[in-house]
Ligand binder design. Structure first.
Ligand SMILES: [Ca+2]
Ligand SMILES: [Ca+2]
Length: 451
């Protein structure tokens, strides 16, 4: 037999085995369903470490018929949002695999595609309360079987975030954790806490915002709120409507991709408490003392390590930046620059770090920075990747002005402090930067005593 014949046979066998095992799938609808409109049906699909790729439709009333549903194990619910075209979310399998790889839980995918698939968004919004009623009744049944509410984690995407909030409120906030991924804004913005997600809905509520200017919710809703890249627009997402559907959903959907990276422990993104994104970019929010030795919280799945201190702080609004593709994490350095030019200089600095043939680049270009004689200028330098040991540093100064004579920046001292780790800061003294000319040098470990 040819290879393809083997492969076809293998594929057929896999399908047959899945059928024989009785795997249940997420409801697959299409645009015609969404146009006609669907009425709510809440299906619950159970996955465990033994059945990662084979879902079991769980009875809402008779749970004892599912021996693999182990009530002494924690349970994680994944709740999708609005489905304007009726198609299943393309991230479902990935999130199931990654969550089960991280923790031995009962993973329940809440399939309310009948109800969420509707070209009329308002109808889908109406169904959120009813879906929450279904889920609440189900969780109360789980509790009767010995499940503890504090070991329940709900991961809600968009409208699913508010569904999680409603369930939590109906259970008097006793659910362990709600993770909200870009909670929906339209129809929820400006409503009182009982009509949307809020921190009282669970013992711990962590929220990610990625599209606050369109589909997401602008204000903080949890004990900690992460605003990725400021929360408005995401790098790599189309900026014009000419890109079709992606223009509408790219920022919103990025929330799921960022969370998946954190579940997968692809890399770590520290998030910094700040009053605004601009202040964060200006380097004014790099102090993490309030979190003690642990430093600033990390975004995503593992933020529970900061749970106690965050609960004490009430509500914390934090910022972090990402790359356009996975691995999304950026590496942050604080850069302190002191010059000795007589006159004030305004400009931009590009920094490159080199290590073993690899290069990490940071452009500090959100606005021109002021450099003043003998005054320390503090900058946030965000690199696209982390490098083990920095062997060389390149700096370039520019003013962005092509008509004026070229300036020189006389740097008296420069200090680079890695904000994620405990690495010793890197220093260099006396560097002459000619405009638009890259200067490369070996950094020195800073003396602790001076500067
Ligand atoms: Ca609420
Ligand atoms: Ca946006």
């Amino acid at each position: 037999m040819f290879l393809w014949q083997y492969l076809t046979l293998l594929l057929l066998l896999t399908v047959q085995i899945r059928k024989a095992q009785g795997c249940d799938e997420f409801t697959d609808l299409n645009l015609s369903h969404a146009i006609i409109g669907t009425s709510l049906k809440t299906r619950l699909l159970l996955y465990t470490r033994d059945t990662v790729s084979c879902g079991t439709l769980i009875s809402h009333t008779n749970m004892s018929t599912h021996p693999q549903f182990n009530f002494s194990r924690p349970t994680t619910f994944v709740i999708h949002g609005y489905r304007p075209t009726g198609s299943p979310p393309n991230w479902l399998q990935k999130i199931t695999e990654l969550l089960l790889a991280r923790k031995d839980v009962n993973l329940i995918v809440v399939d309310w595609n009948y109800g969420a698939a509707n070209v009329n968004y308002f109808k889908a919004v109406e169904n959120t309360q009813k879906a929450a009623d279904n889920l609440t009744a189900f969780i109360l049944k789980m509790q009767e079987h010995g499940a503890s509410l504090s070991s329940i984690h709900m991961v809600g995407v968009s409208l699913g975030a508010h569904v999680s909030g409603f369930v939590g409120a109906k259970l008097n906030g006793s659910l362990g954790r709600i993770t909200a991924l870009d909670p929906a804004g339209p129809q929820f913005t400006g409503t009182p806490p009982e009509d949307r997600l809020d921190p009282s809905d669970a013992q711990f509520v962590d929220v990610l915002h990625t599209d606050i200017d369109a589909l997401g919710f602008r204000e903080p809703l949890g004990h900690i709120d992460f605003y990725a890249n400021g929360g408005t627009d995401q790098p790599g997402c189309p900026k014009t409507i000419l890109s079709g559907g992606a223009y509408f959903k790219c920022d919103h959907q990025r929330s799921v991709l960022l969370f998946l990276d954190s579940v997968n422990q692809t890399c770590v993104s520290k998030a910094f408490p700040c009053s605004s994104y601009q202040e964060f970019l200006n380097g004014n929010c790099l102090n993490c003392d309030r979190f003690g030795a642990a430093g600033c919280p990390v975004f995503g799945y593992d933020v529970t390590d900061w749970r106690d201190v965050l609960l004490k702080l009430g509500q914390t609004k934090t910022y972090f930046t990402t790359n356009a593709v996975s691995p999304f994490c950026m590496t942050n350095y604080r850069m302190n620059v002191m010059i000795w030019n007589r006159d004030v200089r305004w400009g931009y600095i590009t920094v490159k770090l080199h290590s073993k043939g690899k290069e990490a680049v940071a452009t500090i270009n959100h606005k021109a920075v002021e450099f003043k004689k003998y005054t320390e200028t503090k900058l946030l330098a965000q690199f696209d990747k982390d490098l083990e040991s920095v062997e060389k540093v390149s700096l370039k100064f520019s003013t962005g002005n092509v008509f004026k004579p070229k300036y020189k920046l006389r740097v008296l001292r420069l200090r680079l402090t890695h904000l994620e780790g405990t690495k010793r800061p890197l220093c260099r003294y006396d560097i002459l930067l000619e405009e638009n000319k890259e200067v490369t040098f070996r950094p020195l470990l800073c003396e602790e005593s001076n500067f």
